[in-house]
Write a protein that binds this ligand. Structure first.
Ligand SMILES: [Zn+2]
Length: 236
């Protein structure tokens, strides 16, 4: 890892889900399934384009699919790319999903483990109590597995509002990963993520070649304010 890359001002954060050749994803989850044979050439390309653009590449994976350990982690280690895994704790041990041991194994490889709730609930569609229970349970289980604090979070479905954001920061989370595309500013806690889905490859390539400029930075810095205004206006 070069010093220049380590000091990058912008990050290109990519979000993936199930990457198995035969999907473990079911129902709606299949919308985010991309077999690794199709994802890998694009990820390889993003390693090159982000390096050329001087952005820091990070790959995140949500929902605790088996492919996190079977396919993605080996690729990340080979390329020296940072990985963050947002784990649904009630899904651990289900068929096609990670186990608690897998989560420990990912952490041992230097991967970041983050909270995605316990039961994959839309936090904007439930009561404040239910949201707090879901995020607290998800965090406590992961901290129990890892034996250390977990302080990054990705709200399920990328859905959150000003109230949720306020709670997450009050709980000490230092990064909140969204599903809104764009480059992330390393110094800003709300992280845009570019989600890999079938049909979204061109958009990913386009953002992957970007160096980041004042408008990317402004967009990141203004996100907390825009979330607040949207919440006040009752917008999703
Ligand atoms: Zn999810």
């Amino acid at each position: 890892m070069t010093g220049k890359r380590g000091a990058a001002r912008f990050e290109l954060i990519v979000g993936v889900h199930d990457l198995s050749e035969e999907p473990d994803a079911r129902g709606d989850e299949l919308k985010s399934w991309v077999p690794f044979s199709a994802a890998r050439p694009l990820l390889d390309e993003l390693v090159e384009t982000s390096r050329e653009a001087g952005t820091r590449l990070r790959i995140t994976s949500d929902d605790a699919f088996r492919s996190d350990v079977d396919l993605l982690a080996p690729w990340l280690v080979t390329h020296g790319i940072a990985g963050s895994f947002f784990v649904l704790t009630r899904f651990l041990g289900r068929p096609g999903r990670l186990t608690a041991n897998d989560v420990r194994g990912l952490a041992d490889l230097g991967m970041e483990i983050g909270v995605h709730g316990a039961d994959h609930l839309d936090w904007t569609a439930i009561s404040e109590r239910e949201f707090l229970d879901d995020v607290t349970e998800g965090r406590a289980i992961l901290e129990g597995i890892l034996g250390r604090p977990v302080d990054v979070v990705a709200p399920p479905f990328g859905r959150f509002d000003a109230r949720i954001l306020h709670h997450l920061f009050a709980m000490g989370f230092r990064e909140v990963h969204t599903c809104r595309p764009g480059l992330a500013l390393t110094s800003v806690a709300i992280k845009p993520r570019n989600m890999l889905k079938a049909g979204n490859e061109a958009a990913l390539r386009a953002v992957g070649g970007r160096r980041g400029n004042w408008s990317d930075a402004a967009r990141c810095r203004l996100r907390p304010l825009s979330v607040r205004l949207k919440t006040l206006a009752g917008l999703p």
